[in-house]
Design a protein around this ligand. Structure first.
Ligand SMILES: CC(C)(COP(=O)(O)OP(=O)(O)OC[C@H]1O[C@@H](n2cnc3c(N)ncnc32)[C@H](O)[C@@H]1OP(=O)(O)O)[C@@H](O)C(=O)NCCC(=O)NCCS
Length: 146
């Protein structure tokens, strides 16, 4: 089926939020909302929506970062969020989104693209590997209450 990609538009906020919630279901709504305006206003961020056969299928959030783990250049493109609706998975939607995000980062003078995912997110890890990304590091996050 035909996959098309376009920039996020001003009417897309609800769907964008829904897809963010799909990635981070445990995160409170207000936290998911808090950076959406900044992302839309920033030239160093971009959000692309994908459509499969005309129906909304998924999205990618990409950012220009000064540093990416394992990268040898700066700045780098960074996949901040990646989501495809469950019924649309396995049809090349994430691949198409990634290609557009990489082209966008190339256009911002980036020579490398980086990303991350959870250790137990097999689908995401396998998709990254299939799309030419290689594993560079595994991180453990800590918090101390002050
Ligand atoms: C990860 C995710 C975005 C992949 O989307 P998708 O549209 O199904 O991926 P694609 O169909 O474009 O597949 C891209 C490549 O990855 C492979 N792939 C995708 N899902 C896979 C899986 N579950 N197992 C093995 N390989 C997989 C595909 O075979 C394809 O490789 P190929 O073209 O060589 O066959 C999707 O599973 C998703 O939205 N997951 C939930 C949200 C999430 O975890 N996001 C990532 C963390 S931010």
């Amino acid at each position: 089926m035909d996959i098309s990609i376009r920039h996020i538009g001003s009417d897309d906020r609800d769907k964008w939020f829904e897809m963010r919630k799909g990635i981070w279901p445990e995160v409170p709504d207000e936290y998911l909302h808090f950076d959406m305006d900044d992302i839309l206003a920033s030239e160093n961020n971009e959000v692309f929506f994908a459509f499969l056969g005309g129906e909304l299928a998924g999205m990618i959030e990409v950012r220009i970062r000064d540093y990416g783990e394992g990268c040898e250049t700066s700045p780098v493109g960074y996949i901040e969020a990646w989501f495809v609706y469950p019924e649309m998975r396995g049809k090349g939607v994430a691949r198409a989104l990634t290609q557009v995000a990489e082209d966008w980062a190339r256009g911002k003078s980036c020579a490398e693209m980086a990303s991350d995912t959870w250790l137990d997110n097999e689908a995401s890890i396998r998709a990254h590997l299939k799309l030419g990304y290689f594993e560079v590091e595994r991180l453990v996050h800590f918090v101390k209450r002050l």
